[in-house]
Design a protein around this ligand. Structure first.
Ligand code: GLC
Length: 604
C-alpha cells in the first residue's frame, strides 16, 4: 500500500486503484521469478534467556499474531475448502513457527458474498468450516500449543440475510428499522428513478446507497449491497454487538481483530464527500472519505469496548484494521496517553510503504516507536486484502533476500508483529487469469483493472503433493498456484537458508532475548539512504543488538555508528545473517553488506 492506499481515499476504493497499478506492474511487465534459494542463515547463537518473561508486560506486547484465512489454510474433509479441524491439525506447525496467537478470518454463518465478511449469525460457526464443538476443540487444543485464538469481529455491517436486517427491511415501522441506515431519496429523476441521498460510494464500486422498492428508502452499505451498515448511533446496536463480544470472550478467545472499524460512523448530515478529480479502479469518481471514515464518534465506542474486554481476565486484546493517514491518527486509536482504546491498532504506515526505501522505513518506524505515547506498535506487511509482500517489495531478481529484509524489519522491531499464512514461505500473489475464474466480488466488479483479492487468498502450500497438501479434493475453491512445487512448507523446513527457516530463527530470537523483547529501538547511520540500521538497546545487562539491512541491489559498505545510540561495546558477534560473508563479523566498522543482505549482531 502506498501513501494513497494507507489514506484510503475511500476505503478499499483507494486500495483498489493502487492494487491495480501494482498488479499491472508485477504481472504484466515482469514474469515472476522462480523461488530463489537463499544462502544459509546462522541459527541464533546464544539464546540469552530461554525462560519466559512474565514480568515484561501482557502477552500481546511481544506477540506474533498469525492471520489464518480459513477457506485456504487446511481442508480436513476433502471438500476443497479449508475448515476449523484443518487449523487444529496444523497447530503443531504453528507452534513450531513460534506464533503466539492466530487471528481467524470470519468463520461464522454467512452467505459468503464477501467470503465471510457478510455475517448472518454472530454466535455460531458456518457448517462449511465445522461446528461449535470443532471450534471449542480448536480453542482447547490451541491452548496446549500455547496459541491463543483471536476472532474477526465485523461490527460495521452484517449480511443482508442477518435476521436483524430482515426485520429492518420488512417495514418502516419495524422496531429494528433504525438498526441500519435508511434514508429517503433526495428526489426522483424525470423518469421516476429515486436519487440517492448523497454521493457516497461503496468500497466495492458504485453508489453506497441501495434502493429498497418495498419501503421506498435507500440503505447505506460501505461495502457490498449484501453488507448493510449498522447504525451505531442507535444504542440497541451497541448493546447487541457487545453481547456478541461477551459470547466469544466467554468461550475463551483471547481477543478480536476489528474489521473495517474506522468505518463505524457516518456523518449524520449526510454531507457530500469532495471529489479528488480521479477515477478509481472501479470506474467511480473517487471521493475523499471525510464523512464516512474515521469519524471522532468511533472513539467513544472503542473506549467502552476496551472497558468491556478489560473486565475479563487474561489480557484480552483488541486489534484494529486501521488504515489511517498518519501516526497521529494511529495514536488516537490507542487512546493516546490514556491507553484506553485498542491495545494494537495495526500500523499500516510501515508495512505498506511498498518500495525498498530505507529512509522512509527509518522515518516511519521511528515515528511508531516514539510518537504513540508509549503504546505498542503492531507492524503488518501481509493480509488477505493486498497482494503479497513478496511481490509488492520484490524486484523480480532478489525477492527471497528482500523477503528476509522485510521479515527482519517485522520481527526485530520493538513491536508486536502480524503475519499472514504463506508469508513465511514466500507465497507469491497468484491472481486469476480470466474474469470467469474470479471469486472475489471486488475483482468481478473491478475486472480487468482491479483483479480483486483472490491472488493473495490461494490455498496454503504445505508440500509438493496433491493440492499442495491443502486438500484431497479434485477441485479446490481457488486453484493451487503452480509455485507450490518449490514454495511449500515441507521443502522449506528441510532447506537451510529457506525463508521459513529465517522466520523461525527470527521468531525464536525475539521470543528469547530480553533485548529483542524490550530494548528501545534507536535508528543509527540515519543519513544513509541505502542501509536501514538500528540498535535495540541493552535490557537488564543483556547485550545490545544491532540490525543492518541493505535495502539496495548493490553491496553497501558501512561503519555502524552504534555509539550514537549509546552503545559503546566493541565485542561484536553475529546472531543471524543470510550472508555467509558476514557470519564472522567481529567489528562494526567497514561491514560490507551484499545486495539486500540482513545482518543482526550483538555488541557488548
Ligand atoms: C475488511 C476485510 C475485507 C472485507 C471488508 C468488508 O477490509 O479485511 O476482506 O472485504 O472489511 O468486511
Amino acid at each position: 500500500m502506498t501513501d494513497n492506499m494507507c489514506m484510503r481515499t475511500h476505503s478499499l476504493k483507494g486500495l483498489a486503484a493502487v492494487l491495480a497499478a501494482v498488479f499491472t506492474l508485477i504481472f504484466f511487465s515482469n514474469p515472476l521469478p522462480a523461488f530463489a534459494l537463499g544462502p544459509q542463515s546462522t541459527a541464533p547463537s546464544a539464546q540469552a534467556d530461554a525462560t519466559p518473561h512474565p514480568s515484561d508486560g501482557p502477552w500481546w506486547k511481544h506477540a506474533v499474531v498469525y492471520e489464518i484465512y480459513p477457506r485456504s489454510f487446511q481442508d480436513s474433509n476433502g471438500d476443497g475448502t479449508g475448515d476449523l479441524n484443518g487449523i487444529t491439525d496444523r497447530l503443531g506447525y504453528l507452534e513450531s513457527l513460534g506464533v503466539d496467537a492466530i487471528w481467524i478470518a470470519p468463520c461464522y454463518p454467512s452467505p459468503q458474498a464477501d467470503f465471510g465478511y457478510d455475517i448472518s449469525n454472530y454466535e455460531a460457526i458456518d457448517p462449511q468450516y465445522g461446528t461449535m464443538a470443532d471450534f471449542e476443540n480448536l480453542v482447547a487444543q490451541a491452548k496446549k500449543h500455547n496459541i491463543r485464538i483471536i476472532m474477526d469481529m465485523v461490527m460495521n455491517h452484517t449480511s443482508d440475510q442477518h435476521p436483524w436486517f430482515k426485520e429492518s427491511e420488512s417495514s418502516r415501522t419495524n422496531p429494528k428499522r433504525d438498526w441500519y441506515i435508511w434514508r429517503d431519496p433526495k428526489g426522483y429523476t424525470a423518469d421516476g428513478k429515486p436519487i440517492p441521498p448523497n454521493n457516497w460510494i461503496s468500497a466495492f464500486g458504485g453508489s453506497a446507497w441501495q434502493w429498497d422498492p418495498k419501503t421506498k428508502q435507500f440503505y447505506y452499505h460501505e461495502f457490498l449491497v449484501q453488507q448493510p451498515d449498522l447504525n451505531w448511533r442507535n444504542p440497541d446496536v451497541e448493546k447487541a454487538m457487545f453481547d456478541v463480544v461477551r459470547f466469544w470472550l466467554d468461550k475463551g478467545v483471547a481477543g478480536f481483530r476489528l474489521d473495517a472499524i474506522t468505518n463505524l460512523f457516518e456523518d449524520p448530515k449526510l454531507r457530500n464527500e469532495p471529489y479528488t478529480g480521479k477515477i478509481d479502479a472501479m470506474g467511480d469518481r473517487e471521493v475523499k472519505d471525510i464523512y464516512t471514515n474515521n469519524l471522532p464518534e468511533v472513539h467513544v465506542v472503542m473506549r467502552k469496548l476496551r472497558a468491556l474486554v478489560d473486565s475479563y481476565p487474561g489480557d484480552r486484546v483488541l486489534i484494529g484494521e486501521t488504515y489511517l493517514p498518519s501516526v497521529q491518527d494511529l495514536d488516537n486509536w490507542y487512546g493516546g496517553a490514556a491507553h484506553n482504546q485498542l491495545q494494537l491498532p495495526m500500523d499500516m504506515q510501515v508495512g505498506f510503504i511498498n518500495k525498498m526505501d530505507a529512509s522512509l522505513f527509518r522515518t516511519r518506524i521511528n515515528q511508531a516507536e516514539t510518537e504513540i505515547n508509549g503504546n505498542r506498535p503492531l507492524f503488518v506487511f501481509d493480509n488477505h486484502d493486498n497482494p503479497r509482500s513478496w511481490d509488492r517489495y520484490g524486484d523480480g531478481v532478489h525477492n527471497a533476500s528482500i523477503a528476509r529484509v522485510i521479515a527482519s524489519v517485522l520481527l526485530t522491531s520493538n513491536s508486536a508483529a502480524m503475519m499472514y499464512d504463506g508469508q513465511e514461505i514466500g507465497m507469491v500473489t497468484t491472481p486469476p487469469r480470466t474474469k470467469a475464474e474470479v471469486r472475489d466480488p471486488a475483482g468481478i466488479r473491478g475486472w480487468p483493472k482491479y483483479k480483486g483479492r483472490d491472488g493473495e487468498r490461494t490455498p496454503m502450500q504445505w508440500s509438493d503433493t496433491t493440492d499442495a497438501g491443502f486438500s484431497t479434493a479434485a477441485k479446490t475453491w481457488l486453484p493451487i498456484p503452480p509455485s507450490y512445487r518449490t514454495v511449500n512448507v515441507q521443502s522449506e523446513e528441510n532447506r537451510p537458508g529457506s525463508l521459513l527457516r529465517w522466520y523461525k530463527d527470527l521468531i525464536t530470537l525475539r521470543a528469547n532475548d530480553p533485548t529483542m523483547r524490550d530494548g528501545d529501538q534507536v535508528m543509527i547511520n540515519t543519513s544513509n539512504p541505502s542501509v536501514l540500521a538500528y540498535v535495540r538497546k541493552s535490557v537488564d545487562g543483556h547485550p545490545a543488538i544491532v540490525v543492518a539491512l541493505n535495502f539496495t541491489a548493490s553491496p553497501q559498505t558501512i561503519s555502524l555508528d552504534a555509539a550514537s545510540a549509546g552503545v559503546t561495546g566493541t565485542n561484536v558477534s553475529t546472531v543471524l545473517t543470510d550472508a555467509p560473508s558476514l557470519e564472522r563479523t567481529g567489528s562494526l566498522s567497514n561491514i560490507t553488506l551484499p545486495p539486500f543482505a540482513s545482518w543482526i549482531g550483538r555488541v557488548q
